[in-house]
Design a protein around this ligand. Structure first.
Ligand code: NDP
Ligand code: 8X3
Length: 265
């Protein structure tokens, strides 16, 4: 894809799930090569992702870097700390995010509340602030670049036991829309992607590592794969510069809302 070739793409949460798949999908879509800055907390896992990518896509330049998006000080210095050839980020994929627990309001743990907001909301906003100034400076000040924010059906439709996670994703949706409006006079595109049910490590994290509880979420269902979401992200970024795929909601075929799911018995 000529439109993607040579771009520098920063993906947060690239060690697993949608972020990892998105790295592979960009590499696949641009066989001439892109530069990928892959970030997450688990740097050893990231390095393995980078090695797997390099083996499959030798033209792709990959930089795995440890970054906890919930640590605002680390995010602040992050872009300047990159090697020069990776500093001009063309595409930011704000994907890092997580859910913890299914507690109702009185039982929500303070730590879960803090981690979800610090990662999904503050982290996404801080990353945007870290990358945006260079995007705006491009093109003689007219701006250029893409910011892709991964929201969720949970941000459109709050559900029981998801009070905090849903609130974080509603915040993502709201911030995404404000940003698009604020940047109206620039050539920076702001793209929102809201998936429904996707089978990743998401539910394992929600149940604090309990795999059997996570598996039960998908029992009788045929969820989206992270590759399905990655294809939509790369499609949006790969459109002609004047086309903004502003807002995408993705469901698997059996799902019609956050909670309306057809299960095979
Ligand atoms: P995974 O758990 O498989 O991946 C989440 C990624 O986020 C991991 O790479 C993880 O890496 C990273 N991450 C978590 N916390 C931090 C942090 N503080 N700093 C940096 N990276 C972090 O889940 P998904 O792929 O499903 O999730 C990706 C995004 O998609 C999330 O924003 C999620 O809310 C959203 N989403 C998921 C849906 C689903 O059903 N799965 C549906 C709708 C939206 P590490 O642990 O190494 O830091
Ligand atoms: C993940 C989708 O509905 O499980 O964002 O919260 S949901």
């Amino acid at each position: 894809d000529k439109r993607l070739q040579g771009k520098t793409i920063l993906i947060t949460g690239a060690s697993s799930g949608i972020g990892r798949s998105t790295a592979f999908e960009f590499a696949r879509a641009a066989p001439g090569g892109v530069k990928l800055v892959l970030t997450a907390r688990r740097v050893d896992v990231l390095k393995q992702v980078a090695a797997d990518l390099t083996a499959q896509f030798p033209n792709t330049k990959i930089l795995p870097v440890q970054l906890d998006v919930s640590n605002s000080a680390s995010v602040r210095g992050f872009v300047d700390s990159l090697p020069a050839e990776f500093q001009e980020i063309d595409v930011l994929i704000n994907n890092a995010g997580l859910v913890r627990g299914v507690d109702k309001a009185p039982a929500i743990k303070e730590e879960d509340l803090d981690v979800m907001f610090a990662t999904n909301v503050h982290g996404l906003i801080h990353m945007t602030q870290a990358v945006l100034p260079r995007m705006l400076a491009r093109n003689d000040g007219a701006g250029a670049g893409d910011i892709v924010n991964i929201g969720s059906i949970a941000g459109r439709e709050p559900y029981v036991g998801g009070g905090i996670y849903c609130a974080t994703k509603a915040a993502v949706r709201s911030f995404t829309e404000s940003l698009r409006k604020e940047l109206i006079a620039t050539r920076v595109r702001v793209i929102g992607v809201d998936p429904g049910q996707v089978e990743t490590e998401f539910s394992i994290v929600r149940f604090y590592g309990d795999k059997s509880k996570a598996d039960a979420v998908y029992a009788g269902c045929d969820p989206l794969t992270p590759d399905d979401v990655a294809e939509s992200i790369v499609f949006a970024v790969g459109r002609r510069e004047n086309v903004v795929v502003a807002d995408t909601l993705l469901f698997p075929n059996h799902q019609a809302s956050a909670t309306i799911m057809h299960r095979k018995s």
